[in-house]
Design a protein around this ligand. Sequence first.
Ligand code: GUN
Length: 279
Amino acid sequence: MAVKIDGKMISAQIKDELKEKVAALKAEGKEITLAVVQVGNDPASTVYVGNKKKACAYIGIRSLAYELPEETTEDELLDLIQTLNQRKDVNGILVQLPLPDHIREDLVIRAIDPKKDVDGFHPQSVGMLSIGEKGFVSCTPAGIIQLLKRSGIEIEGKECVVVGRSNIVGKPMAMLLLRENGTVTVCHSRTRNLKEVCRRADILVAAIGKPKFFNHEYIKEGAVVIDVGIHRNENNKLCGDVDYDDVYPHVSAITPVPGGVGPMTIAMLMYNCVQAAEM
Ligand code: GUN
């Protein structure tokens, strides 16, 4: 029987560890504060931001919410970031993406002080990761490493195939697997023979953004499958990039959707906030 990797349980474990750490820091007089900025009211973003604030409250991190109107100008947002950069009592700054079309995301990400970049999106954070130095790591791939480690799955020497090359998931995922001494292949929309490449994987990270794309034909017998996708199917039920039921009999371990990778993102954001305060 394949192991169903329980992201809900592992994320709860991490949050409880962080809660203790935050309490200890508080006892030394150190308070942690995360500024959460949302521009406009994209419904999905509102849900994500709400969950981030809830996690902060649970762990004992103070959250400052900035809910800005859709019409906010780029300059206004950059001014707010400058103010937050300068505030000594703010440890982390998170600007929820996507931003409205009239605001340039790359400029906003670059404006955040790298010491407060708890999302790990700043080019400095990305660069530090790629040269193997300490810095903030993008939360979803960092969470996947925790899922693997805490499930006792070894990465060293394994064939790891990442499907998707986004700045937020695919690329940092590849860097992290490499740091753990995996042999890493990154696939994307122009990859030839995707099925064949995936069938080499001991660890397959599916981040293609297409519902139930990966069936058993993409899977080597006994592989570990990590599903980063999240979609609603025709019956409005959540599903991932992997056809879970079709793949399950062929894997040794797999993350479900929901309850796999999803809960880990916020746990690692909280981890980054604590790291920001300790630096
Ligand atoms: N939008 C979707 N995922 C994320 C995330 O991890 N961080 C931010 N800031 N925005 C997002």
